[in-house]
Design a protein around this ligand. Sequence first.
Ligand code: WQD
Length: 341
Amino acid sequence: MKHKIIVTGGLGFIGSHVVVELQNEGFEVIIIDDLSNSSVAVLNGITAITGKKPVFEKLDLRDKPSVIDFFKRHHDIIGVIHFAASKAVGESVNLPLLYYENNLNSLIYILQELYKKDTANFIFSSSCTVYGQADTLPITESESIKNAESPYGNTKQIGEEIIRDTCKVSENLKAIALRYFNPIGAHESAKIGELPIGTPQNLVPFITQTGIGLREQLSVFGDDYPTEDGTCIRDYIHVVDLAKAHVAALKRLIDNKNAENYEVFNIGTGKGSSVLDVIKSFESVANKKLNYKIVDRRQGDVIAAYADTHKANTVLGWKAQLNLEDALASAWKWEQKIRNT
Ligand code: WQD
């Protein structure tokens, strides 16, 4: 009998790649998405890759009666992988109540439904942003949680606490939070990938859009940081490797090997790359010079963040297989595909 799993935000960048890997592993997937930051066309991309069309329901998870009705209709699920959330750091500073309502109410309503079930597994999309500027690098899961720099980051911190406290008093709900570092790239088929709406806030989509001529020039936010080349360092992980970490986490929950009811894992490559490293690597894979200039620092940026992946490697049995060049080559292939060049 196939395990049936709900993926909220399953038409988004990371969610769609996780749906593909779940289907590849034989799971039956039901996608919930409100289409506020995704397109129903992504379903075709997923189906073209796996040959299996996931069930899709458009649903606003802030609508509690609809959530209750949905879970009544899908009572035979083994759990939820929860991506659905607003995720633009800058926007969250200007629209805090939108972020707290969307990101926290939807989480609470889902957990209330899972709490009623005899057994339930829950995987939460968290972020290394909860660490702020870590005191120690590489960053382990025991690194202290800093005061969030943005309402977005705060919703991830509060979200983890809500899950932790719920699992503490529930016999049958088990959860894993995955703290992503910097997801980049696209599926090798170029049938799914990142679809930023408007001007990309993140580095790699801005680079590929500059490379394809959609953007005039990349602005590098500061080269006066205390790093080797003065630019910030991040742990850029291929989105397919990140997707496979979700399957590993789900299998751990299903196999009931969970030591505690709530566990946290850092999901990165363990390697730090500077902004200039990424630019140089892109120029190499795309075989073209990138037009960029150095500008002032961006408020809220941490100097460096890259993962200690020992816990995920040993406990989840998961390790990133792809490197920065693989990820940038896939991002570039995807950019060219969606611009039909
Ligand atoms: C990476 C580096 C920028 C754009 C954010 C969120 C995090 C997660 C991933 C959701 C930084 C520099 C960027 C540009 C640049 N999002 N940069 N010019 O800020 O590490 O993480 O996205 O979960 O929660 O905080 O990623 O790609 O925005 O920036 O110089 O046009 O690239 O200064 O050093 P970030 P990013």
